[in-house]
Ligand binder design. Structure first.
Ligand code: FAD
Length: 126
């Protein structure tokens, strides 16, 4: 479960947690206490490390993705349309192109929906 969906990473989290686990085991062996309490240094190390801090920061991000299917349907379509519009050389000014892009966005998404998406996205990664 050590996976950061936003940054598409997880092997770094897995490696760091493995190192922390090894350190905790070494500590427990030195103390001669391999009980749950003796190995508790693992959790304490994880809490202090970037691993759990990052996992906690992005804990709501998967829910955000599940709740906003338009991230995988409407938005890629709009991004593709915007790129095609901007990259096509056809004598139309950039300002007119921006207007056309904005109108196609508004046709597909209400302002409320757009604001909701931005707000939910911000809250999921803040
Ligand atoms: C297709 C794909 C591409 C990826 N690309 C990247 C990338 O480019 N960069 C990156 O940083 N990350 C990438 N990741 C994510 C990365 O692989 C994971 O975040 C990372 O492997 C998580 O490590 P983990 O140790 O937490 O879990 P895992 O690697 O899933 O290890 C958990 C282990 O526990 C075992 N297990 C589960 N239940 C039990 C049980 N009850 N008893 C005993 N063993 C059990 C499983 O078999 C497994 O071996 C990718 C993942 C996928 C699927």
């Amino acid at each position: 479960m050590l996976f950061n969906a936003l940054h598409r990473e997880g092997s770094n989290l897995a490696m760091a947690s493995g190192r922390l686990a090894a350190e905790a085991i070494m500590e427990a062996l030195e103390k001669g206490d391999l009980s749950r309490k003796g190995l508790g240094g693992y959790v304490a190390r994880l809490e202090r490390s970037f691993v759990l801090k990052d996992m906690k920061k992005y804990r709501d991000f998967p829910k955000f993705l599940h709740e906003h299917k338009e991230l995988f349907t409407t938005l890629p379509e709009l991004a593709s349309h915007a790129a095609r519009e901007m990259l096509t050389v056809n004598g139309v000014t950039k300002k007119q192109k921006q207007g056309a892009i904005w109108r196609s966005v508004r046709k597909k998404m209400s302002l409320m929906k757009l604001l909701r998406l931005l707000w939910d996205g911000w809250r999921a990664v803040k």
